[in-house]
Design a protein around this ligand. Sequence first.
Ligand SMILES: *Cc1c(COP(=O)(O)O)cnc(C)c1O
Length: 431
Amino acid sequence: MEILHSINDFNEAKQVIPGGVNSPVRAFGSVGGTPRFIARGKGAYIYDEDGNAYIDFVQSWGPLIFGHADAFIESALNLAIKDGLSFGAPTEKETTLVKQIMALSHHATEKMRLVNSGTEATMSALRLARAYSGKDDIIKFDGCYHGHSDSLLVSAGSGCATFGTPSSPGVPKDISKHTLVARYNDIDSVRACFETSKNVACVIIEALAGNMGFVPADKTFMHNLRTLCDEYGALLIIDEVMSGFRAGVQGAIGLYEVEADLVTYGKVIGGGMPLAAFGGRADIMDMLSPLGGVYQAGTLSGNPIAVSAGIATLSQIKAKAHLYEQLESLAKRLTQGLQSAAKDCQIPLQVDYRGSMFGFFFNEDVVKNFDDAKKSDTNMFARFHQKMLERGVYFACSQFETGFICAPMDEAMIDEVIAKAAQAFIEITHE
Ligand SMILES: *Cc1c(COP(=O)(O)O)cnc(C)c1O
């Protein structure tokens, strides 16, 4: 496979953009090799600057549930662009989108605000939870990612259930000391956090963790978490930035049948444009400025072009009754196919899926938390990733990410990927 253009583009980018990329995972750091510079995408496929085609299981890290350059979204955008790109004044479309999100996702969200990124959504939800409760501390889970705001760039310190330490230079300890880090799927570690701090405003969680690889929470764990939050007077924030309209039309909240006080969305609701949202009970949300004193704002928040892409995406989701069943059957077919191809080569592979999300770990044991995930064979993952890339299959370039099925994929494409994976596993075992 010729990738000369990507190599040149990457070298040039590195001169002026740190690491050559505008988001670090894109640099292929954990798998090695050269990141492909993408020229265009159509449906399930992306095409790099050398003209190589790849079936794409990244889909812009989740947003593109209808694949690349979807005709319906494209025509909605073409119409919207003619009327101007941004006004910094309210538009009808914003209310339409918020009502659409709340009507489809069904849970107790009464009010919602639109922002530009998942990072902003979770950061704003935390501020609101702190204001509402009058408390400063928060609990997050090791391995869950909620964007890159200071309070959330915190990892477990000396052990779980302790106050965290900054996971990035530049995050002041004075901020990270307000974040306690618990172990995913371990309710005792959450209780221990509540006992360590009597000042917990909220717990934030990905109910379907997608940023340590794909690790679903146990249902009883989620219900116990809800109970524990109520017991200690803390709000529960469910971060659906990835799982919202991905795991199912009602997201993780629908699958677990557990209620959040605040919920965050992103990725799919923007259909590929920068758009995210946070919402929840009216008594909490009405604390936001201008009704209340909690400040939160954005020059481009609720941008009409992004909102139009969101409306077009959610309208299609609403119109396609069996969308998630179809996506899930492909996710199941793919993961089971990968697992059995790996098994034929005595390679242990743990797989899981919910709706259009899937994951696989090169791991002997079932993965329940970040400690388990870290025991995966990342070297094996890197080799597999490279071999699949060479065969025109674009999986996320890290063991600790989630894969995404999009609507234009079909069984034949999945079977082709499984056949290529089987070849890759055979090569790996003979090296
Ligand atoms: C992607 C993601 C975010 C961050 O969203 P950005 O738009 O990248 O800022 C937050 N939470 C979860 C669960 C995510 O997957």
